[in-house]
Design a protein around this ligand. Sequence first.
Ligand code: MG
Length: 294
Amino acid sequence: MPAVTVLGLEGSANKVGAGLVRDGRVLSNPRRTFVPAPGQGFLPGQTARHHRGCVLAVLREALQEAGLEPADVDCVAYTKGPGMGAPLVTVAVVARTLAQLWNKPLLGVNHCVGHIEMGRLITGAQNPTVLYVSGGNTQVIAYSERRYRIFGETIDIAVGNCLDRFARVLKEVAHKMLASGECTPEDLCFSLQETLFAMLVEITERAMAHCGSQEALVVGGVGCNMRLQEMMRIMCAERGAKLFATDERFCIDNGAMIAQAGWEMFRTGQVTQLEDSWITQRYRTDEVEVTWRD
Ligand code: MG
């Protein structure tokens, strides 16, 4: 079979990335991050403006670094969702335009599935129970019968956003415990993080026990957190399982993860017609038919 090269474009939150993947090799994966003023979160409009301003430069960089021309690309994959509306639309418009300009098939990719497939590629985990933790998503996932099934999730607030927002709120209120000197802001941050991570590790362990799984994979931006990885590693060791984790190049949102999931989809015959190439802010992990796994 000839080599299949997929361009992946990601922009569902504050990162905009373009990655090129060819048959399991990451050829390039540049990205830019929108950084708002200290103490502020990133808002959809501002973030989309940032992405519009640099998406073409990131794309050019990805092609140059990989030493490829548009003609070498077999498929243009983009993040269909979940994520923030305006940034998602920005990247989808670029993907649609490239697909038409270059006359290539287009593929809308689920962002969470991108994280899972990138994690599997980089770590070599075969059939892991996945803890996906980021600013926008918190899910415990395991594969069964052509779906990535969600065993646990937060719907109100994701763990990364919770930690960030707590730090901002701490600056605004002077809580009784802080005012009396009973504890410091650092104490509260530490306690919150320990409690949240302990909950995540416990739910992951329950899912592993349920599935009889001997592998755990942690993905998403919060998955870079060394304390979380340590707690996960202890849990895995205690049950004779193995922990797989990646570093910030692949944990944090990037274009190559969309390219990798796109590559799996494309080689099993999936494409997205132009008229179906919309975005959706809510796109559940278990909506995707996993045609590339048994
Ligand atoms: Mg993410």
